[in-house]
Design a protein around this ligand. Sequence first.
Ligand code: GLP
Length: 264
Amino acid sequence: MLVVLKETAGEVGQEAARIVAGAVRANPSAVLGLATGSTPLGMYEELVALHHAGNLDFSKATSFNLDEYLGLAPADPQSFQYFMHSNFFSHVNFSPEKIHIPSGAMRKDFSAYCESYEQAIKDAGGIDLQVLGIGRNGHIGFNEPNSSLASRTRLKELTRETIEDNRKFFPQGAEIPECAITMGIGTILDARRIMILATGKSKAAAVAKAIEGPISSSVSASALQLHPDVIFVIDDDASYALTQRDYYRRVLELTKKYTPEKLS
Ligand code: GLP
């Protein structure tokens, strides 16, 4: 796992955008796995700016989003579908038919729907670069603690903590969805490359457990230790509970010197 320590959340967003842009420039038909939440907002802003400056073309790229709340229609301003369109897709040149976001409008037949989402990922050739955030409880996507490390796309019940954390995105008094459709940890681990972002003090404990703790279904992000190509981009606040920060800085310097392609 390559740990990239940045000072500020703004720098995390820029670094993340640089890596996504690099993947799309190297392979214009890249398949991107995309995440929602406040953490990747800076990355999307920067990607939009690169696109507007004429430096980044998404017309051949494909995307698969990680998750969606159950019970929210695509037009609902709190849906991840709405989030992705308002913060990213409506500002860049993705082909609409190449954008995939799980539907929260399902009422039944969840397994068949989730299998079709998995099949669509396979049909697209698999995910080249998966972007992730991390929940305070260490979840990735909506893989709450004790999710199987081999889990696939499915309906998942949200913890109280996650429901409370996501309240900030909903109008006061609104009912927060209690379930979501999410890619599984096994689905995420199938991506060829994974980039996970974390900013802010509230993520520090989860980040330390994910990077330096034992692999455990209690901390879904710790499963990333099993993947051979993961880059973790973190700001100062989110990194303070890590015990090996000096080593990660040295690894980064030596990576720049000997294997810079790992950072491209
Ligand atoms: C939600 C999403 C995750 C995201 C997490 C953290 O639970 N399902 O994909 O990583 O929130 O969100 P934020 O970046 O707002 O802290």
